[in-house]
Every structure is written in structure tokens, then in C-alpha cells.
Write a protein of this length. Structure first.
Length: 129
């Protein structure tokens, strides 16, 4: 799947990825491939740590992103999320979903980062009514 993603110069939708010759025909659709191909998170983290072991001071970036969903009352586990807002008088909170990202910045120069973790922040048992 990733070979198809990286070598398809312009795809208008996910289904066009399945037309790439590098897409393995094990799955009948791209959505099935994405659903079935979940990497082992622990093994990936071990690989990342192994690659960073020679770096004296790795630079890590941490981010919280709020996905505001006030009009989705059936969406499970919505929480109150902090928002950075420049609009005077607005409260810097909204109802939605929070995501946390930890990324490695490989060098001081350049503009790319390697995401190490990206996951949804949940509060088990909490549901906004």
C-alpha cells in the first residue's frame, strides 16, 4: 500500500491507489488494505528507538490538535478541547476530539519530521451528552 501511495504522482481519491501496479492484489480495495494493515506499534517503536540510539540529543516535537465536532452528538468520547483562538470574546474551548502527536526532528536544518506516535486522546468511560 505504501509503495502505491509513494509512487502515485496524483491521485484524486483512495481508489486510484489500487490502480498502481505496486499495489498488491491481496485486497480488493484500498480501504480493506488500510483496515488490515495495522503495523505492530511496539515493534515500530523499538525500531525508532534503535535508529535514534546513536543520536546524542534527539529533538522531539509534541503537539495537541483538536478536531472540533460540536454538531456530532453521537460521536463517542467527545471531550472539551482547548483551542487557540484570536477572536476576541470567544472562549478557547470546544467540544470535539483531541489528538496527540510525538515526532522526531532529525536535524536542525530541513523541514520534515518523523511521526513516532499519533493517537487519539480518550477518557475511558467519558461521554459528552
Amino acid at each position: 500500500m505504501m509503495d502505491a501511495v509513494m509512487t502515485t504522482p496524483k491521485a484524486n481519491c483512495l481508489t486510484e491507489m489500487a490502480l498502481n501496479p505496486l499495489f498488491r492484489r491481496k485486497w480488493s480495495s484500498v480501504s480493506e488494505a488500510l483496515q488490515d494493515c495495522q503495523p505492530d506499534r511496539e515493534q515500530l517503536m523499538k525500531l525508532y528507538l534503535q535508529q535514534m540510539s546513536g543520536v546524542e540529543r534527539p529533538i522531539l516535537a509534541v503537539d495537541h490538535t483538536a478536531w472540533v465536532r460540536p454538531d456530532a452528538p453521537t460521536l463517542r468520547e467527545r471531550t472539551y478541547e482547548h483551542l487557540a483562538t484570536a477572536i476576541h470574546g470567544n472562549k478557547p474551548i470546544a467540544i470535539g476530539l483531541g489528538y496527540s502527536t510525538i515526532a522526531r526532528i532529525p536535524s536542525a536544518q530541513g523541514s520534515w519530521a518523523l511521526p513516532l506516535r499519533h493517537e487519539r486522546i480518550t477518557r475511558k468511560g467519558y461521554t459528552h451528552q
